[in-house]
Each structure stands twice: as C-alpha cells, then as structure tokens.
Design a protein around this ligand. Structure first.
Ligand code: GUN
Ligand code: FE
Length: 424
C-alpha cells in the first residue's frame, strides 16, 4: 500500500532551528512520497486509508551516516585504546573473518535484524574488503526493506596480511566486479569506500577515482578523527597541506563526487572551508569519538557555516546502533566541548540534534528525513506510554525525553519508502 494517511502527533524538522510539531495532525503518503503534514486533512485525501496512532508520536525515519556492519559482533568490547591501536588490536582481526562467507552470513543476519528493529530507515554502511560478504550484506538489507549505501572497503597498505589487498590493481578489479554485481538492488546502492588514507596507496586512490567517474559513484571514508592519524597522513602524503587534500587531489572529496567523511574532529580552517565549498557531508559520531578518546567535533560551527552534517553511530567504535543515543550524546559532548574547550560555540540544541538525525543526514539520500512535501516517505511511530510520569507533558517535551530514553521497545511501527516494515 503506497497511498495512506497517518494520524497522530507529527514531528519533523524544516531547518536546524525549526522543529514542526502538529498535535493530533495528519501526514500523507502518496506513491511512497510525502504529500505533506497538516492540522486538518485537505480535501481529496479522505478516501485514503488512515492509520490512527492516537496519542503516539510520528517522526521521520532516522538516518545513520556512518556505520561498520562487520564490526557489530565486538560492539562494547575493547574500548581501552585509541584509534590506530584499536584498529590493529580489535578491528582488523574481526574484519578478516569475513573472508569466510558462512561467518559473514551469520554476523550480517544479526546486524540486519537489529537495524530492521531500530528507528533507522537509511544508512551509509562500510562492509569489508571481501566482495562476496559485502554482496551478502547488500542482499540482506535489500530483503529487509532498508535503504542503504553499502561499500566494499579498499585497503592495500599498512594493514595485516589477512586484511590487505594484494595490489591497487587487484583491489580496483575486485571493486569493479562487485559494482557490476550490485546493480540490481532497489533499496541498496554501492558506494566507493577507501577505508582511510593510511590504508590506501596513491595508486589505489587514483584508480578508484577512475571508477568514481566511470560509474558516477558516491564515496565514503574517514577524515581527521585522531591527532596521531593526522600526523601519519602528513608523513604519508608529502605535498598535501591538510588531510582532506589526500582525497581531494584524486577528486574524491565532494563537488561532482557526493562524499561522506566520518568524524572531522580536528579539521583545520582550510580543510573545513574546502568541505563547505565542495558540499562534503560530515558524519558526526559522538559516541565513537568519546570511546576512542578522539575528541569532540565542532558541529555547532559546521552548522553555523551552513555545512552538510548528519549523525553516525560508527559501530563498533560506537557501541550502540541507536540514533536516539547518538542524538543525546551529540548534545552532551557539545556541552563538554563548550565548557572545556571552546566557549565560542554554544552547545547543540534538541532541535539541532533531531535535525541532524533526520533531515541533515537524509539529504545525502536526496529528499529524505522530513515530512515536507516531496520527501521520500520514511516514518517511525513512537509509543512513549511505558516511560511513566505523573505530570502532563506537551509533545515537544515528550519528544525530548524520547531522545534520551527511547529504545526499540518504544517503536510501534516503522515505514521506509512508503512501505510498512513492521508494526507491533
Ligand atoms: N578509521 C579507519 N578505519 C576506521 C574504523 O573502522 N573506525 C573508525 N572509527 N575509524 C576508522
Ligand atoms: Fe568509522
């Protein structure tokens, strides 16, 4: 069913400052697209079937701009290291297991089932270097009805033998094979995924740039997450003025190449300005940045400059798939940053983090993450009746509390691209 109306308390962002709340209102889905949110149902829609959600809260499906599916098995483990040691000790060892498609199948079943049950409608997902395992992940996401960009990871240096591609040439050949096999999906699309500059030779990035142009692909990677990492990139890439240039010099940094860069915790002025001008999306991953002691990204500043920003869970440097947790942590980390590091950037507001988790990240998918007319229709119905309280709360207060307190048990129904994935 692609034409229907939902009745309930409708909440969605227009801008980072403007949160629209329509109490006891209507939102209309027509052919999988949003035909607007209203206080009174306009003429012509009375014939549409109506889901009555009574006093429940209806929000756009949430968007995770950065998550590593193969790292899901060790979430919540090994949090005592910084980035490079964490990668070498825990991450690469786990990712190497995905050479075995039987293991990959089991692990990706768990990841996709949990993502399905969450409030996330859309995600930008890293796989591993393995073509077959990555295709398996794509098939499972497609079957689940989730919208995703998924990347087979490229890495041809500074990686353990069992997780290092033989050569740039072989890496790109495998990537092209994978691209050709991943054309048939409706919900799931491929995205080029050079892991990060330390794992990719110049030759590899140059060849990937050829694929990017040939197939007109988006790109995802990591940027300026950790101070040691940034120093390492400086040494690996003489002639670059800042980390972002190591991608930009191969045309893998925005403009005609839609790009998501995770973290950007320590981006300098020049890097920030290039991201702004070239419309690079920043995936802000506050839990990951706390767990790996990376720091706190200046998200408020990025928003004030009008840059493209969304939220990422960054499993398994982040422990939770929940974007509610990511929203709460984004506010909390911005307060610590403001108090301890930089009084010029005020903490993030509740409106801003809700925007980041919906329309901010959604923009990478086109028109997604809002109930404005013309947006792809993703919706999550939230039942907060289990979060007990003795006083009367308005809808905005209830939404604010859900940001801090919601888990999957509060999700009463989930719709992606107009299709109902489940109801309870
Ligand atoms: N940089 C390169 N690879 C990774 C990864 O898997 N996780 C995080 N957080 N940063 C990275
Ligand atoms: Fe990451």
């Amino acid at each position: 069913m692609k034409n229907y109306v939902m009745k309930g308390n409708i909440c969605y962002s227009k801008t980072r400052q403007e949160l629209c709340i329509i109490e006891n209102g209507y939102v209309v889905c027509e052919d999988g697209f949003c035909a607007g949110a209203y206080q009174e149902l306009p003429e012509g829609y009375e014939a549409f079937p109506c889901y009555h959600y009574e006093d429940q809260i209806i929000i756009p499906g949430l968007v995770d701009l950065h998550v590593h599916a193969p790292q899901y098995p060790f979430r919540g483990l090994g949090m005592d290291l910084e980035l490079i040691d964490w990668l070498n000790t825990h991450t690469f060892a786990e990712e190497a297991k995905y050479a075995d498609t039987e293991y990959a199948g089991k692990a990706y079943d768990i990841f996709v089932e949990d993502l399905f049950k969450s409030a996330t409608a859309r995600a930008c997902i890293f796989g591993t270097i393995h073509t077959d395992a990555t295709l398996l992940l794509m098939e499972k996401l497609e079957a689940a009805g989730l919208k995703a960009y998924v990347g087979k990871v490229n890495m041809d240096r500074n990686s353990p033998e069992n997780l290092c591609e033989e050569s740039a040439e072989k890496s790109v050949k495998d990537t092209e094979k994978w691209l050709l096999k991943s054309q048939g999906f409706q919900n799931v699309k491929p995205i080029l995924t050079p892991r990060f500059t330390p794992s990719c030779t110049d030759e590899l990035l140059e060849k990937l740039s050829g694929l990017q142009k040939k197939y007109d692909l988006p790109v995802q990677s990591h940027l300026s997450e950790n101070l040691g990492e940034i120093q390492w990139v400086k040494e690996l890439c003489p002639g670059t003025g800042f980390y972002g240039e190591s991608y930009h010099r191969y045309g893998l940094f925005g403009n005609s190449c839609p790009t998501v860069m995770a973290h950007c915790v320590h981006s300098g002025e020049e890097e920030t300005e290039m991201m702004r001008k070239q419309n690079v999306f920043i995936a802000h991953c506050p839990e990951s940045n706390a767990n790996l002691s990376s720091g706190v990204a200046p998200v408020k500043t990025y928003l004030e400059k009008g840059m493209k920003v969304g939220l990422g869970t960054d499993i398994a440097a982040g422990s939770s798939l929940s974007l509610f947790k990511a929203m709460a942590m984004a506010v909390q980390c911005s307060k610590l940053r403001w108090r301890l590091q930089d009084q010029s950037a005020a903490p993030l507001t509740m409106e801003e983090v809700f925007y980041l988790a919906t329309k901010g990240g959604g923009e990478f998918f086109g028109k997604a993450g809002s109930f404005e007319t013309g947006y792809e229709f993703d919706a999550v119905v939230l039942d907060d009746s289990s979060i007990r309280h003795p006083q009367k709360l308005n809808v905005k207060e209830r939404l604010e509390r859900l940001i801090y307190l919601a888990d999957d048990r509060n999700i009463a129904a989930k719709f992606v691209n107009g299709k109902e994935l489940f109801k309870k």
